[in-house]
Structure formats: structure tokens, C-alpha cells
Design a protein around this ligand. Structure first.
Ligand SMILES: C[S@@+](CC[C@H](N)C(=O)[O-])C[C@H]1O[C@@H](n2cnc3c(N)ncnc32)[C@H](O)[C@@H]1O
Length: 157
């Protein structure tokens, strides 16, 4: 199963990109993993935040293939333990999902139409994190989940 991490926003700051590189490289031992950054829609004076989110949402919906499984990161979503995340990944692979899109919103979050398209909305916590930090957490958590599936000594209960 291919996993693509899509994230709205600018390039990572150095302190984030160093961490992501470490876990991305490790994760790639287990699965085909790619990160795609989607530039933020420029906030023109006439564009309200809901309009901006809608435009970003349209871009994402156009990028998605009908058969893609969309896992959207949203603080109001459901929480999972690391073991549940591993089970989720195994279930997706067993179900024949060819491409799992893990999506992180921009500064104003994800549009309602995108959240509706998502088969799963995942919350990392009730706290709001900056999207760059979410990129790092998600990459590490995917790596952690794959070490569980591969019985590697990384995750300790
Ligand atoms: C700065 S946050 C956006 C906050 C926005 N005000 C909202 O209500 O969604 C940017 C993105 O990071 C992700 N994010 C931030 N905190 C999160 C959390 N606790 N759980 C899951 N995703 C989170 C979401 O994808 C969110 O769209």
C-alpha cells in the first residue's frame, strides 16, 4: 500500500525537516511513503477564511482519485492508540487499498467538503498543533505503527 502525506502550507522549517527526514527514511523500509506539500491559497483581501478553505478544499478534492482512501487529520476526529493505528493500516492493506492519503490542513484547518470525503478523521489530541509539527508527529507515528506490525523493538507498551 502506498501512503502519501499531503499537507497544505509552506516548506518545513529546518528543525522540523531534520526530524521528518529521519522518520521518513525509516518508514520507507516498510512502505512506499511520499510527502506532498500543497501551497496555501493566497489570502487576497476579498477572500474570507471560509472561501479560502473552500478553494483549498476544491484543490484537494480534484487531486484525489475515487479509489483513494482519505485519512484526514482533524482535532475533532476520533483518537486511536498506536496499536489501533497499526491495526488500521493492516486493515487498509487487507482491504486492498492501493493508496492511502493522509491529509493535514493548513493554518485554518480543512474544509467541510474535504472532511466529508474522508473515510476517517483522526485526532492526535484535543489540542491544536501547528501543521508542521503534525507532519513530524504523523511521520513518526506511521513509522511506529509499522514497527509494531513488523514486531520490531521500537514501541514499548
Ligand atoms: C493549525 S491546525 C488548524 C486549526 C484550525 N483552526 C482547525 O480548527 O482545524 C492545522 C492542521 O493541523 C492538523 N492538526 C492540528 N492539531 C491537530 C490535532 N490535535 N489532531 C489532528 N490534527 C491536527 C489538522 O490537519 C489541521 O487542519
Amino acid at each position: 500500500m502506498k501512503i502519501q502525506l499531503w499537507s497544505i502550507g509552506k516548506e518545513n522549517d529546518a528543525y522540523i525537516s531534520d526530524g521528518i527526514k529521519i522518520f521518513q527514511k525509516r518508514l520507507q523500509h516498510y512502505t512506499d511513503f511520499e510527502i506532498k506539500l500543497i501551497p496555501t491559497v493566497k489570502q487576497a483581501a476579498s477572500l474570507s477564511i471560509p472561501e479560502l478553505k473552500k478553494q483549498e478544499g476544491k484543490i484537494i478534492l480534484d487531486m484525489l482519485q475515487p479509489q483513494d482512501y482519505l485519512l484526514a487529520l482533524d482535532e475533532r476526529g476520533k483518537t486511536m492508540t498506536t496499536l489501533q493505528l497499526s491495526d488500521f493500516l493492516q486493515q487498509r492493506a487487507n482491504a486492498g487499498t492501493r493508496q492511502l492519503i493522509v491529509l493535514i490542513g493548513g493554518a485554518f484547518g480543512l474544509d467541510a467538503a474535504v472532511l466529508q470525503r474522508a473515510q476517517t478523521q483522526l485526532s492526535l489530541s484535543a489540542l491544536t498543533f501547528p501543521h508542521q509539527i503534525v507532519r513530524l508527529i504523523v511521520t513518526e507515528q506511521l513509522y511506529r505503527a509499522y514497527t509494531v506490525l513488523n514486531h520490531e523493538k521500537y514501541h514499548h507498551q
